[in-house]
Design a protein around this ligand. Structure first.
Ligand code: GLA
Length: 398
């Protein structure tokens, strides 16, 4: 099991990378975290409830104004793909679906539209959020970019408009019709807290994570997911079709009993997609309540039910994620596993498990070994803490 390197270590890497590429220290450093969702999956774009937390893994951007005073654009280097790109800072720019630079470009355009014109700059991006792992590497990049623009302009964006601007960049520049969970979490994360987010009212209720004994273990199946592939957008369309047929603004407006009464109006597949969403909303609210009461057994039960629903009704799991959840379930409460489920957009990526602190090493070892034996693949296992949202590390804001 690996512990994430502290933020300071990644910050030093960003500074060193900037100095190596540009021959001077950066004037600004900003960080934005990835997130893991404990429960409330595929609910945000249905106006529903989610319960994520920001994790202690980040995208860091190191930046300065260009050495060349005649420069008019942004030059950005991504260490993850080892590539420089040039981006427009003064006007419209063409979307670049599927390319990391699209996320940055989309946010630059959105910031400018919000009255924060970044001006030309040079930047280096480093990250320890696994790419395509369902931990919001893309939202972290978007939110880090918006935070950099705040630092460059010396002006703050309010948290919700900042998250919405980043979401819009993902819609328009990456072609992914995502909900608001990831960007909200990366902007608004709180140390030690899960965030119960009502995706209709956008009200955020920080919810403490279950006392000192329960820790969050993330297991990356290392099966890559790509939300740009179309499965995610297809699910969103099915949900909207179900809400339309049943005459409600969003699936948020249905209870499980209400859906059952109208079952005959939906074809079986659409019904099952809707059933996942309406039952997940109930599970998420129940999990937040159970956490407040300290009833971890109930949280675990709800996490298992969430996984089964995502696997069977929503069909966004995959054999590797199912295996990881089964391995954790086989260890069970007696071995220190409180609950386990797939997390994030699906079709690969990670599981999230609540694990008793004393059992962490053992659980990590047993799940990792079991996975290797059955699939021949190595899983990446790490423990994480609920962390603060995006911030300026160097260069400050007024
Ligand atoms: C991705 C999206 C989110 C959310 C999750 C599934 O992470 O970006 O908006 O829909 O999938 O819960």
């Amino acid at each position: 099991m690996s512990s994430p390197p502290p933020l300071e270590a990644l910050t030093r890497t960003a500074e060193a990378e900037f100095a190596r590429r540009l021959g001077r220290p950066p004037r600004w450093l900003v960080a934005a975290p990835g997130r893991v969702n404990l429960i409330g999956e595929q609910a945000d774009y249905n106006d529903g409830f989610v319960l994520p937390m920001a994790i202690d893994r980040h995208v860091i951007i190191a930046a300065d104004r260009p050495a060349d005073p005649a420069a008019t654009e942004a030059r950005v280097y991504s260490a993850a793909v080892d590539r420089w790109t040039t981006l427009a800072v003064n006007g419209p720019a063409a979307p670049q679906p599927g390319d990391w630079a699209g996320y940055v470009q989309g946010v630059l355009v959105g910031c400018r539209a919000a009255g924060l014109a970044p001006g030309p700059f040079e930047a280096v991006v480093v990250s320890d959020v696994p790419l395509g792992g369902g931990l919001s590497s893309s939202a972290a990049l978007e939110v880090a970019t918006a935070t950099l623009v705040e630092a460059l302009t010396g002006r703050r964006l309010e948290p919700l408009p900042k998250a919405l601007l980043c979401q819009q960049a993902e819609h328009e520049y990456a072609g992914v019709p995502c909900g608001i969970m990831d960007q909200c979490c990366s902007v608004m994360g709180r140390a030690g807290m899960l965030l119960l987010l009502d995706c209709r009212t956008r009200e955020v209720r920080p919810t403490p994570l279950a006392g000192p004994d329960a820790t969050v273990l993330i297991v990356n199946s290392n099966v890559k997911h790509a939300l740009t592939d179309g499965g995610y957008a297809a699910r969103r369309r099915q949900c909207e079709a179900a809400a339309h047929t049943l005459g409600v603004p969003a699936l948020r407006d249905l209870t499980p009993a209400g859906l059952e009464r109208q079952r005959g109006r939906l074809d079986d597949l659409t019904y099952r997609r809707a059933r996942h969403v309406v039952t997940e909303n109930e599970r998420t609210l129940a999990a937040a309540e159970a956490l407040r009461r300290g009833d971890l057994a109930e949280v675990g039960r709800l996490m298992s039910a969430s996984h089964a629903s995502l696997r069977d009704d929503y069909q966004v799991s995959c054999p590797e994620l199912d295996l990881l959840v089964e391995l954790a379930a086989a260890i069970g409460p007696a071995g220190g596993v409180i609950g386990s489920r797939m997390t994030g957009g699906g079709f690969g990526g990670c599981t999230v498990s609540l694990v008793r602190r004393a059992a962490l090493e053992d659980v990590a070892h047993r799940v990792g070994e079991g996975y290797r034996q059955k699939t021949g693949r190595a899983a990446t296992v790490f423990v994480t803490q609920p962390s603060e949202g995006a911030r300026v590390l160097k260069g400050g804001l007024p």
